[in-house]
Design a protein around this ligand. Structure first.
Ligand code: FES
Length: 94
């Protein structure tokens, strides 16, 4: 079950995951024993490793449960529905 998430390998080193309101890029391999995270299961904004069940928060990369290992390096690629920065105010006389 992937709850609407789309997981796409990005070359050999990274995986892109499209969540309903967030697109992130993570390493292709689990920091525990190297499982292919493209085969993981997404629950909301969490990813469960397919081999030993480590659970990572895709917003922060933090490991929440499972075997001792490092956190995920997460890069936020895009936030859907994010409020754009307002344009800078023009100086008078321009
Ligand atoms: S390889 Fe991912 S939890 Fe073990």
């Amino acid at each position: 079950m992937r709850s609407g998430a789309v997981i796409e390998p990005d070359g050999q080193d990274y995986v892109n995951i499209q969540l309903p309101q967030l697109r992130v890029r993570i390493p292709a391999s689990c920091p525990h024993k190297g499982a292919p995270l493209s085969r993981g299961t997404v629950f909301g904004t969490f990813l469960e490793c397919p081999w030993h069940g480590a659970l990572f928060d895709l917003r922060t990369g933090r490991r929440l449960r499972g075997p001792e290992c490092g956190d995920l390096e997460v890069t936020c690629v895009a936030e859907v529905g994010a409020t754009p920065e307002p344009p800078a105010a023009e100086e008078p006389g321009q």
